[in-house]
Design a binder for this molecule. Sequence first.
Ligand code: T46
Length: 136
Amino acid sequence: MSASYSRIEEISEFGDERGFLAVLENNRVLPFEINRVFYIYKTLPGVRRGFHAHYKTRQALVCVSGSCKVYLDNSIRKTDILLDSPTKILILEPNDWHEMYDFSTDCVLLVLASHLYDSEDYIRDYDRFLEVYGGE
Ligand code: T46
């Protein structure tokens, strides 16, 4: 599998006396076409979610309210990213093992995905993750 890298991008925002509007479009900030949208909210204190990578699904994560952290591991580099703004979006490549944690009580984590839901696209076993992506 070829390596690609997750990264933070800034979303364009338009602010005026009425407030703010942020916009995301296919193949612009998002390097893929959206086929699925879901959001994670009302997360209880101390909860950690994720614990998987993907075979093909690319995703973009943005806290449209509140904040959370995302732990990323591409088998070589391990990083923790803070999502704390509705204009800060994490482009999450399939080859990153990821865990979401430290959700604020008001956190709404919006996720845009390149593919429809398929449980077979998940790598939930860390040893399998290393077999597939280790050393990239
Ligand atoms: C990811 C991170 C960021 C569905 O039926 N359809 C869906 O589209 C999704 C996303 C989930 N589900 C079901 C499957 C499980 O029974 O919802 C339940 C919770 O999903 P999961 O345990 O996978 O949730 P997270 O927070 O661990 O992971 C989710 C996404 O599944 C995953 O793709 O990268 O958010």
